[in-house]
Design a protein around this ligand. Structure first.
Ligand code: SF4
Length: 348
């Protein structure tokens, strides 16, 4: 494929007009409706590091409970964190609220329309800013996510491994971005990467842009993009303590705002490190019930789950009555702890 190929965008947009994915935050091609910046922003923040399938239910819940940025800005932090539980990367949920409050307070409830201004809002990086500016406001911004990295690497047969290839990919993606319908074009590139130019088995036979594709011509499509080998993730260990009192209430503690799972409810526990010290919240007859395994972005976690039944008063956390305890509000690793201990909790 050659730089600045003029017909590429037209061919891709023709394909998009016929095959666009039907997504709840999207306005279909040709519609007279304008995309809602709030819904585009919310979906893009949710989609960072997560799949469309995983996000759809959360998106429906959020937009029913908080249909616009003003409603979200006025929400209780704890309600939003609970509704986010399971999506992971909880710093994003905290930034989501900060951003909603800034847009509601400083921008009269209207998201700014330029990528530069959008990037000054909490939790909005270059990718999300470009996506909102292009899709919601029709600005000719180049949107480069993992799908686009892959498609561009293949179209131009870029053999430099990621992430070193990123500047080259960005430049080539920029050359291809049209001034007409940049939002639909951005979504078309995402759709092409998600449905046809997939990671391990690109379906070149039905690809609308196969005639532009150098990797396809050379028979190396499935080998690209190349990736720099990552060092293996370290393993950290920790303890999680499930304390139940004689009224069947369970001890939970809100994690500090800063750091992993910040602001989320969880079981009291130790630090997560190579060799953590046990730090039970009360002196009691603690029993080991098993181990929970969970993988975060930068490490694998092995949590020893301890359980005790006691009316001793803990120094940290607070007992939550059983009918007020909603395990679904916990982040995934804490849900796994609950799952392991549930039969014992239920028997008290
Ligand atoms: Fe991807 Fe194949 Fe299409 Fe090239 S021809 S963009 S490798 S699906």
């Amino acid at each position: 494929m050659h730089k600045g190929e003029p017909d590429f965008a037209r061919v891709l947009l023709d394909w998009y007009d016929a095959h666009a994915r039907d997504l709840p935050w999207r306005v279909p091609p040709g519609s007279v409706r304008q995309p809602d910046p709030y819904r585009i922003w919310l979906s893009e923040v949710m989609l960072q590091q997560t799949t469309v399938a995983a996000v759809s239910g959360y998106f429906a819940t959020f937009t029913q409970r908080w249909p616009d940025v003003g409603a979200l800005a006025a929400a209780d932090d704890a309600d939003v964190m609970a509704a986010w539980a399971g999506l992971g990367y909880y710093a994003r949920a905290r930034n989501l609220l900060k951003c909603a409050r800034m847009v509601a307070g400083e921008y009269d409830g209207v998201f700014p329309d330029s990528a530069a201004a959008l990037q000054r809002l909490p939790g909005i990086g270059p990718y999300t800013a470009a996506a909102i500016a292009a899709i919601a406001y029709g600005q000719s911004e180049t949107v480069v996510d993992g799908n686009v990295d892959r498609v561009i690497s293949r179209l131009f047969a870029i053999e430099t491994p990621l992430p070193d290839a990123k500047p080259d990919i960005r430049a080539r993606a920029g050359d291809l971005t049209p001034s007409q319908r940049p939002g639909d074009y951005a979504q078309a590139m995402m759709d092409l990467g998600a449905t046809i130019c997939t990671p391990s088995s690109p379906n070149c036979l039905i690809c609308p842009v196969t005639g532009f594709c150098t990797a396809r011509a050379r028979g190396i499509a499935a080998e690209l993009p190349k990736k720099r080998r990552k060092p293996p993730k370290p393993v950290r260990r920790g303890y999680a303590y499930v304390l139940v009192n004689s009224d069947s209430a369970v001890l939970l503690e809100r994690r500090p705002d800063k750091g992993l799972l910040g602001g989320m409810l969880g079981w009291p526990g130790s630090a997560w490190e190579d060799n953590p010290d046990p730090v039970p919240p009360v002196d009691a007859d603690w029993r080991a019930v098993g181990e929970v395994r969970h993988t975060f972005t930068h490490f694998h976690l092995r949590l020893a789950v301890m359980i005790a039944i006691s009316d001793a008063r803990p120094e940290r956390g607070a007992f939550l009555a059983r009918d007020a305890f909603r395990p679904g509000d916990l982040p995934t690793v804490m849900k796994k702890v609950h799952y392991l201990a549930a039969s014992i909790i239920d028997s008290v």
